[in-house]
Design a protein around this ligand. Structure first.
Ligand code: NAI
Length: 297
């Protein structure tokens, strides 16, 4: 069973996608009485697969879950940065972390509420779980957005491999050197000024959607489901996720997006890619931004 905490826009969209993909049974939990139950019923009526979907306002109902996805928290409003959510979401994340440690001590936890890299660290501390069992979803969404923009620019390519690492925020690092279209480096297909423009658009993609419709949840729900599937089905896909670093890429003591192997054990391996000088400089700036965010705690 997968438990999703927070049955708001991201939580309910993720529940719908996980249910329709038939990944596993879903327990939706929200403190707002009735919301999770209503969403669960609404999703069940879609009859898109035979997984069981249940709603609850009781944290103990997460018992027996293999994966807990935490989407509970305030969301950005137009003009806000992810860091603006820090204070409130810290309290919520820590309280939920304690519930998870008590009711699902063997689960893998996927933190989604923002600022995700910082909240993943708070979740790790609150649960006391080993680092491989607490991951953050952020860079996977950035990767979907970067892939979409490149594909659109090339007229709709499907065979596209890319990677985005770093902070889930304006300082993210889309790795152009690891971006291949049908096996060909993107650098051979688009000129560098166009690639840089797409990198910049990727960085502001979330804010662009929020400015237009107030929130973003379809893209995030897709990223959550891809990661959930790799964990529950033990697919061991290489996916960027925010994990606690202990020297990898030269950083320690923060959670930040890096490629990991996602399986039943969570982030089973951290993959250290070789970066060029420019990518290393950008990643250092990204780590600094997370460290500075933590200082405001
Ligand atoms: P929302 O306001 O629609 O839903 C949040 C839900 O959490 C509400 O239903 C609320 O009742 C519930 N909640 C609040 N405190 C709770 C608690 N202590 N226990 C259980 N439930 C609780 O917000 P939305 O749009 O779903 O966003 C949720 C979070 O996800 C925000 O922090 C947002 O910034 C973040 N987000 C992260 C993304 C990422 O890539 N990591 C992408 C999009 C959103």
């Amino acid at each position: 069973m997968i438990t999703i905490i927070g049955a708001g826009r991201v939580g309910s969209a993720a529940a719908m996608r996980i249910a329709c993909m038939g990944i596993d049974d879903v327990m939706l939990i929200d403190i707002a009485e009735g919301v999770a139950q209503g969403e669960a019923l609404d999703i069940a009526h879609a009859c898109c697969s035979n997984v069981k979907i249940t709603g609850s306002s009781r944290f103990e109902d997460m018992q027996g879950s293999e994966l807990i996805i935490n989407t509970a928290g305030l969301a950005r409003k137009p003009g806000m940065s992810r860091l603006d959510l820090m204070k409130e979401n810290k309290k919520i994340t820590e309280a939920i972390g304690k519930h998870i440690a008590g009711f699902a001590p063997n689960a893998v936890v996927m933190q989604v509420a923002n600022p995700v890299d910082i909240m993943t660290l708070f979740m790790l501390r609150a649960t006391g779980f080993p680092r491989e069992r607490v991951i953050g979803m952020g860079s996977m969404l950035d990767m979907l957005r970067f892939s979409y923009l490149i594909s659109k620019e090339l007229g709709g390519h499907e065979e596209l491999d890319t990677m985005v690492i770093g902070e889930h925020g304006d300082s993210m690092v889309p790795l152009v050197s690891y971006t291949m279209v049908s096996g060909k480096p993107v650098k051979d297909m688009l000129d560098i000024s166009k690639i840089n423009e797409l990198v910049e658009k990727t960085r502001t993609a979330g804010a662009e959607v929020i400015a237009l419709k107030g929130s973003t949840f379809h893209g995030p729900s897709a990223a959550v489901a891809i990661m959930a599937e790799s964990i529950i089905k033990d697919r061991k896909k290489i996916i960027p996720a925010s994990v606690f670093l202990q020297g990898e890429y030269g950083f320690s003591g923060i959670c930040m997006g890096v490629p990991v192997t996602l399986g039943k054990g969570g982030a089973e391996n951290i993959i250290e890619l070789e970066l060029d000088e420019n990518e290393r400089t950008m990643l250092s700036a990204s780590a600094k931004k997370i460290e500075e965010g933590l200082k405001n705690d």
